[in-house]
Design a protein around this ligand. Structure first.
Ligand code: MEV
Length: 402
């Protein structure tokens, strides 16, 4: 590139990306996202150095590679994002990209993530008079929050810290109860932080009410850390009112039947997990929280629903998402650092909105395929491609513009 040329625009639109070879794709992204030399070298190399792997977990003997892809066309809250995805299943990346293109034509995704309030639990057992004990803890709520904050001074200095607490008696007979502390963890996922808080306050709780301290650990159902995203698609973009009705009917099916809802949610998590893995997030925590949230209330419910609008369809997704852009051992991973350069997310709440948008797009892609030609046709074409059986006929899902 001539140094006098203007920097190429950062965009998630790269028409014909699927047709290029790997080297050219990397070149396009490096120019568009202004990738650092480190990120370019990491993408070119594609390996995780053993010394880094050896520091990440225990008994490491080697490393294990999976494809790192990039989903295109994502626009969330008026900002473009390239979406790195690590997934072995064909159709997930192409499906998300194609669905994002449809939503983009109607203005892209819009959403809001709650402040990053993580939930942590302290279990107490054998507490005498647990109902009165719970009341005593409630009366000392401010003292409890101050004690928790004293254990995470750096987070407090950054504007986070304990914001609330509550208590529930789980079993009056045995005196088992649980205290929740709600902690603003800023741009961190926050697991270590809130475990620190739980451990710090537990002895004082025991001193106030007696009994024994049990577990002190975060909850993977962070209901105060919800993200909600929506997007619309016009009938014109979909190609037919019949397909729009089919998608809405498929969504209704998931609302009425848990056997369908779990598959519907699996399709959502196909996208969320893949992007979460590329971005170094704890995808097991995301899975646990998503399914637990789907099971709140009466029966197991879909995380995303689609309704007709006068001009097309509108999808809405809501789930708890504990994700972070700082901290976490996986930031040591050079592939994760390159993924963050690609995605350009400033902060945990923006990341949560992006992941929810990827989930909604993956859901739309699945429902569109299932209500139209059926999943097998597209799947089998991509499967054949994977086996190298029809490398001369790129799959239609990938070939759709852009
Ligand atoms: C396959 O990985 C995901 C789907 O089953 C999702 C769905 O049925 O909605 C296609």
């Amino acid at each position: 590139m001539n140094p006098r040329d203007p920097a190429p625009e950062y965009t998630s639109r790269h028409a014909g990306f699927y047709e290029k070879n790997g080297e050219t794709r990397r070149g396009v992204l490096a120019a568009s996202a202004l990738l650092s030399a480190d990120a370019v070298a990491t993408l070119n190399d594609g390996r995780l150095p053993f010394e880094i792997a050896d520091r990440m977990t225990e008994n490491v003997v080697s490393t294990f590679a999976l494809p790192l892809s990039v989903a295109l066309n994502f626009r969330v809250n008026q900002r473009d994002h390239l979406v790195p995805m690590v997934v072995e299943e064909p159709s997930v990346v192409a499906g998300a990209s194609n669905a994002a293109r449809l939503v983009r034509a109607s203005g892209g995704f819009h959403g809001l993530a709650d402040p990053s309030i993580q939930t942590t639990q302290v279990q107490l057992d054998g507490v005498p008079n647990p109902v009165q004990a719970a009341e005593r803890i409630r009366e000392r709520r401010d003292e409890l929050l101050a004690l928790g904050n004293a254990s995470i001074p750096r987070m407090v200095a950054r504007g986070g810290g304990c914001v609330d607490a509550d208590v529930r008696v789980l079993d009056p007979e045995s005196g088992m109860m649980v205290v929740h502390l709600y902690v603003d963890v800023g741009d961190a996922m926050g697991a270590n932080l809130v475990d620190t808080v739980a451990e710090a306050v537990a002895p004082q709780l025991q001193a106030w009410v007696g009994g024994r301290v049990g577990l002190r650990i975060l909850s993977n159902l962070p209901l105060r850390r919800m993200v909600r995203v929506h997007g619309e698609v016009s009938v014109e973009s979909l190609g037919s009112a019949q397909l729009a009705d089919g998608i809405v009917s498929a969504s209704r099916f998931a609302e009425l039947d848990p056997f369908r809802a779990v598959t519907h949610n699996k399709g959502i998590l196909n996208g969320i997990d893949a992007a979460a893995l590329a971005l170094g997030q704890d995808w097991r925590a995301i899975e646990a929280g998503a399914h637990a949230y789907a099971g709140q209330g009466e029966g197991y419910r879909p995380l995303a629903v689609w309704r007709r609008t006068p001009t097309g369809i509108r999808g809405d997704i809501a789930l708890p998402l504990a994700v972070g852009t700082v901290g976490g051992s996986t930031r040591a991973h050079p592939g994760v650092r390159a993924s963050f350069e690609l995605a350009r997310v400033d902060g945990a709440r923006m990341l949560a909105c992006l992941l929810a948008a990827v989930g909604l797009a993956s859901n739309l892609a699945a429902l569109r395929a299932l209500s139209g030609e059926g999943i097998q046709q597209g799947h089998m074409r991509l499967h054949a491609r994977k086996q190298g059986l029809d490398s001369h006929s790129p799959d239609a899902a990938l070939r759709e513009k852009g």
